[in-house]
Ligand binder design. Structure first.
Ligand SMILES: *Cc1c(COP(=O)(O)O)cnc(C)c1O
Length: 380
């Protein structure tokens, strides 16, 4: 089946008990057993397995073209569990423009447990080749990145990583693209991670994460960690994400269409010193983006010539774009990463320009959105 059909049906059979078409919210922590240590249909305890979560996990796997999906209580919980696949002493190579929270987890938390990290510019795959060490056990990519929308050639990096004698795992954070735009496992990645808080949920009403895995042995280890660590989402959250995913393809097409009209305005604007949009001709990796993504997505970043003050004035002047963190919902959002989402990177090697503005373009009317950005830009 094609993506659109899978988004609506994968993992979701009518309920065997009563035919309910929508997956019920199985709000239960435990399950009656037929005898001692004889669970019915494999359900014992909801940290381990829950029918609503299982439907979501199977749907996610289908969308990424894999067999195994796992849901977590947040994108960061998924990331943390994936990092627990490697032992202390290992080296992890990561992109130098990863999500601020990912950088914070690696740099401020996991370093204390004996992991070492390098952050390199993965947009040039040669940098990955040069930075791999004998003890490298994981390579962490984000593409497009948050907030600079840098694009890395997943297939090229996968070839380099898989040639390494110690078989590091290649992980791709696919939050910005979603499986509708890009399927990293088909390009050679081993694990895909999502913040489902963003486009998969799509309505800014749930915090959730996922890991989708190609290989059964890696899945078994990660499923063990999911249960052992316990950062699982509740059934209500799983239901909300399942419902969000049903319209993912429709929303992503509209996000991209709306973004395209704003990109045209911003690209030529005299107050903008740099624009970042994966499918725009000015983007240094536009060719790679067009090769591995279906469309340019709904995220736009740009640097204002007026620096931090101009960015703050603009972000405080929009009327339809809400000044808020997060992204990927149906409503448009605006933020200043250096002062908000990416504050944790201040002063570090991956600090962002204080004049950077990030838009999460929603699916409102595109002329309304354009007018709003135009009037806010006058104040910048
Ligand atoms: C938001 C985000 C995360 C973290 O996800 P949470 O659900 O907020 O924990 C990870 N990666 C990217 C690219 C994100 O945008």
């Amino acid at each position: 089946m094609k993506f659109e059909t899978l988004a609506i049906h994968a993992g979701q059979e009518p309920d065997p008990n009563n035919g309910a078409v929508m997956t019920p919210i199985y709000q239960t922590s435990t399950y009656a057993q037929d005898g001692v240590a004889k669970p019915r249909q494999g359900y014992e305890y909801s940290r381990t397995k829950n029918p609503t979560r299982l439907a979501l996990e199977n749907c996610l796997a289908a969308l990424e073209g894999a067999e195994y999906g796992l849901a977590f209580s947040s994108g960061m919980a998924a990331t943390d569990n994936i990092l627990r696949l490697v032992d202390g002493g290992a080296h992890v190579l990561a992109g130098n423009d990863v999500y601020g929270g990912t950088f914070r987890l690696f740099d401020k938390v996991l370093r204390r447990y004996g992991l070492s990290f390098n952050f390199v510019d993965t947009t040039d795959p040669e940098n990955v080749a040069e930075s791999l060490k004998p003890e490298t056990r994981m390579v962490w990519l984000e593409t497009p990145t948050n907030p600079l929308l840098s694009v890395t050639d997943i297939r090229a990096v996968a070839e380099i990583v898989h040639a390494h004698p110690n078989h590091p795992l290649l992980v791709v954070d696919n939050t910005f693209a979603t499986p509708y735009l890009q399927r990293p496992l088909e390009l050679g990645a081993d694990i895909v991670v999502h913040s489902m808080t963003k486009y998969l949920g799509g309505h800014s009403d749930v915090v959730s994460g996922a890991a989708i895995v190609k290989d059964k042995a890696v899945f078994d280890k990660l499923a063990f960690l999911q249960n052992a660590v316990g950062a699982v989402p509740g059934p209500m959250d799983c239901f909300l994400v399942l419902r969000g995913i049903k319209t993912l393809h429709v929303r992503m097409d509209r996000h991209a269409e709306n973004a395209a009209s704003l990109v045209d305005f911003l690209a030529g604007h005299p107050k903008v010193s740099r624009l970042f949009y994966p499918f725009h001709s000015s983007h240094p990796q536009a060719q790679v983006a067009k090769k591995q993504m279906r469309n340019g997505g709904g995220m736009i970043s740009f640097i204002l010539k007026g620096g931090r003050d101009a960015a703050v004035r603009m972000a405080e002047a929009t009327k339809i774009f809400t000044l808020a963190e997060s992204l990927g919902g149906v409503e448009s959002l605006i933020e200043v990463p250096a002062a908000m989402t990416h504050l944790s990177t201040a002063g570090s090697q991956i600090a962002v320009d204080p004049g950077l503005v990030r838009l999460s373009v929603g699916i409102e009317n595109k002329e309304d959105l354009l007018k709003d950005v135009e009037q806010a830009m006058e104040k910048a």
